[in-house]
Design a protein around this ligand. Structure first.
Ligand code: ATP
Length: 486
């Protein structure tokens, strides 16, 4: 299936089965804002919980926080977001359509690739990265003109100069409309971690190296919002800042790069679908940075960033708040025989978008399988083979008929399992139809209760991916599911 169609099929499936709806759809929606439905909110929660557990439960030197979305406005001055959190934009004078410069050039490079002009595409992208690294906007505009890159709507090359556009949403605190009261909806969760660095270090008695993790909403006024929940204006991040002794950041950067890729692969997703993209353009304070990219239907795209941020953020907050952001390291430095003493720690950051991870899981698991029936005719099965631990619903309990005591057995199994994992109970419709509905929402196990169950306490358990069925004791069902979702 073509890439775009595949995304269209996923969007349609996500709506039909209660994963993702357009926000305020009855009013024709709000661009780049989405709501999660009954199964979507379960899947999203499971991804968030899996990340949270892997950070704060599996690492005894990482703790969590839950900071507010609103922060003192000086936070964003100190972090550089007020002055620098912007994307270079260019407008087409004939259509008035605004483009992000990198998106415009990348889309043209994709076209070149489709025409088998791989080398031209590569050299265009590398030239773009060089110009971006030098913040050379005249050069970028020239690159667009020289390559005759046109607006998709007007078809012309009549471009404005390139300008910066700040991505932060602002609002007013209280009723006074004074500029001093302007506050921002946070564009990243990280700053809530930085301003709480000493609160956390002292209250949780953390010793360097240690990390602080947080999940929560972030807001960006993205100009070009496309590709469904890949680029949203309101989204959720899962970020972890790891504070280390200066001089050790290189080795910790490597460790976190590996750890994060391992996390992705632990979900059973094929390694071919992932690659690292090392940044050429580094923020002036950054020492190293890379993206973990996943191959979506529309190409390899960033899902997660890993950044070695030096002591930039804490130093900035120290300067703007006039409050020391130092840590006292009592460990002995072998070189001097004395404690390392006071310093501002360096930071390695891992930052992943929850909604992008959600799209990754949907894209990776969505399948339309052609099945051949016994009579030779074919049928399409739409299935989401979501990893069992993330699946929104773990077990469907399906009495074959709504009579003769089968309901009671089913309800009893439901009572036994529902406090341990999410179950779904259904008595209506032919069993084949019920299986298909569970396949479509990614339920890894279905249990059918029939008349034999009454005789020997066994049930048929059906496995989603292989569609194989086996007879097992009803008493074994709970443990089988628990083992699969560990
Ligand atoms: P991009 O280059 O795609 O705009 P970014 O480099 O600005 O992303 P970061 O600031 O590093 O992204 O944010 C960390 C993560 O947050 C990204 O890897 C992505 O998963 C997620 N993210 C960022 N912007 C959005 C958005 N508009 N919608 C959904 N997720 C986002």
């Amino acid at each position: 299936m073509a890439a775009e169609n595949n995304l269209q099929a996923i969007i349609a499936h996500a709506k039909e089965y209660g994963f993702v709806f357009q926000s305020s759809e009855i009013y024709d929606g709000l661009a780049a804002v989405y709501d999660y439905g009954p199964w979507g909110s379960e899947l999203k929660k499971n991804i968030r919980d899996f990340w949270w557990k892997s950070m704060t439960q599996m690492n005894d030197n990482i703790v969590g926080i839950d900071a507010a979305i609103f922060m003192h406005p000086t936070t964003w001055k100190a972090s550089g977001h007020v002055d620098n959190f912007s994307d270079p934009m260019i407008d087409n004078k004939d259509s008035n359509k605004r483009y992000r410069v990198d998106h415009l050039i990348e889309a043209f490079a994709d076209k070149l690739k489709e025409e088998n002009k791989e080398d031209a595409a590569k050299s265009l992208l590398s030239e773009m990265e060089k110009l971006e690294a030098n913040v050379d906007y005249d050069g970028l505009k020239k690159l667009i003109i020289d390559n005759n890159i046109k607006c998709a709507i007007s078809g012309t090359c009549n471009w404005t100069d390139i300008r910066q556009f700040n991505l932060m949403f602002d609002t007013k605190l209280g009723s006074v409309t004074d500029e001093a009261d302007t506050i921002y909806l946070r564009p990243e969760t990280a700053q809530g971690i930085f301003v709480n660095f000493l609160n956390v270090q002292k209250s949780a008695r953390m010793k360097i190296p240690f990390g602080i993790a947080q999940t929560g909403k972030a807001f960006r006024n993205e100009i070009v919002a496309r590709q469904f929940i890949f680029r949203m204006r309101e989204f959720e991040q899962m970020e972890m800042q790891f504070f280390v002794r200066p001089g050790t950041e290189g080795e910790w950067y490597k460790i976190w790069k590996e750890e994060r890729l391992k996390w992705h692969l632990s979900l059973g997703i094929s390694a071919d679908k992932y690659r690292f993209h090392d940044h050429v353009k580094l923020a002036h304070y950054a020492k190293e940075a890379c993206d973990i990219e996943y191959e979506f239907g529309f190409g390899f795209k960033e899902v997660e960033g890993i950044h070695s941020r030096s002591d930039f953020d804490l130093k900035q907050h120290q300067e703007y708040s006039k409050k020391k952001q130092q840590y006292f390291d009592a460990d002995i430095d072998a070189a001097t025989g004395k404690p390392y003493g006071n310093y501002i720690p360096y930071v390695i950051e891992t930052s992943i978008g929850l909604d992008r991870m959600f799209l990754l899981i949907l894209s990776n698991s969505y399948q339309e399988q052609t099945l051949t029936k016994e009579d030779g005719s074919t049928d399409i099965r739409t299935v989401l083979n979501i990893p069992a631990k993330l699946a929104p619903n773990k077990l469907a309990i399906l009495p074959l008929m709504k009579k003769d005591g089968l309901t009671e057995i089913g309800k009893k199994l439901l009572e036994e399992c529902k406090s341990s994992f999410k179950c779904f109970y259904e008595e209506k419709d032919a069993i084949g139809k019920r299986y298909r509905r569970q396949d479509a929402i990614g339920t890894p196990f279905c249990v059918t209760i029939d008349f034999q169950t009454q005789e020997d306490n066994t049930v048929t358990i059906r496995h989603r991916d292989s569609m194989t069925q086996e007879r097992i004791a009803i008493s074994e069902v709970k443990n089988l599911v628990l083992n699969a979702i560990l």
